[in-house]
Write a protein that binds this ligand. Structure first.
Ligand code: CA
Length: 239
C-alpha cells in the first residue's frame, strides 16, 4: 500500500526525462514515463497518475490533442513543458485544459515547486470544499450566495467586474487562466486590445485584496500568458 503521489512524465528527450525521473525518485514521488503521445495516453488510462508532466513537442502527436483526450476522463493536474519559442502552444495548451506550464530550460527546484502547487490543487479538488457555497483561501473568503468577498474578516468592496474576475480565478484556483479565457468569461468577447483593460481591472482588484500588490499573495501574473489564483497552503493540506 502506497500513498505516494504518482507522476506521469511524458518527454521524448532522454536527458530531460532522466533528470525528471531522478528528481521524482529522490523526492519520494512514484512515476511512470512515456516518450510518445500514444504511450502517454495509454499510461494515463492504465496508471491514472495524480499529475501529468507533458512535453508539448512530441514526435507523434500534438500536445494539445493529448490534453483534450485526457480531459475527457481526468481532471488531474497537467503541467506542460515547452521551449521558450513555443509561447503560442503554451497558451493553447492552457486553454485546452492544462493547469500550468514550465519553460525549458528549467531547474529541479522549479519543477518541484510546480509539482507542489499541483498537489495543493489536487487536494483542493478532491476535498468537500470544492462545492462549498463559501470559498476560503488563506485570509480570502468569498460567499458566492451573498456575492461578498472578505479579507481577514473585513468585507472588500468590489465593482461587479472585479467581483466577477475574483470569482473566476477562485473557481479555477491553482490553474493558470489565459488572457483570452478571462476576457471571454468576464466580458463575453475576446479582443486582443482588451488585454490592457484587463490589466487595469486586475491592478484595482489587487489593491483591494493583496496586502502588498507588488508582491501578490493570491493572484500570480504570468507575463504574456495570463493569471492564476494560488491555493494557499492550509492546515488541512498536509503534503
Ligand atoms: Ca520534445
Amino acid at each position: 500500500m502506497t500513498n505516494k503521489v504518482s507522476v506521469l512524465i511524458v518527454e521524448d528527450d532522454r536527458a530531460i526525462s532522466n533528470l525528471m525521473t531522478t528528481t521524482m525518485r529522490t523526492s519520494g514521488y512514484s512515476y511512470h514515463t512515456a516518450a510518445t503521445g500514444e504511450l502517454a495516453i495509454l499510461q494515463a488510462v492504465s496508471q491514472n497518475p495524480d499529475i501529468i508532466i507533458l512535453d508539448l513537442g512530441l514526435p507523434d502527436m500534438d500536445g494539445v490533442d493529448i490534453i483534450k483526450k485526457i480531459r475527457t476522463w481526468s481532471q488531474n493536474p497537467i503541467i506542460v513543458v515547452s521551449a521558450r519559442s513555443e509561447d503560442k502552444d503554451k497558451i493553447e495548451a492552457l486553454d485546452a485544459g492544462a493547469d500550468d506550464y514550465i519553460t525549458k530550460p528549467f531547474s529541479v527546484e522549479e519543477l518541484l515547486a510546480r509539482i507542489r502547487v499541483a498537489i495543493r490543487k489536487m487536494h483542493y479538488d478532491t476535498s468537500s470544499q470544492k462545492n462549498d457555497p463559501v470559498f476560503q483561501n488563506g485570509g480570502l473568503r468569498i460567499d458566492y450566495a451573498a456575492g461578498c468577498a472578505y479579507i481577514d474578516g473585513d468585507q472588500v468592496h468590489l465593482t461587479p467586474i472585479e467581483y466577477k474576475l475574483l470569482c473566476l480565478l477562485s473557481r479555477n484556483v491553482g490553474k493558470v487562466l489565459t488572457h483570452n479565457y478571462i476576457l471571454k468569461e468576464v466580458w463575453g468577447s475576446v479582443l486582443e486590445s482588451d488585454t490592457p483593460s484587463l490589466r487595469v481591472f486586475m491592478a484595482t482588484l489587487r489593491k483591494k485584496i493583496e496586502k502588498n500588490p507588488s508582491e501578490p499573495e493570491y493572484i500570480q501574473t504570468h507575463i504574456g500568458v495570463g493569471y492564476r489564483m494560488i491555493r494557499i497552503k492550509g492546515e488541512q493540506d498536509a503534503e
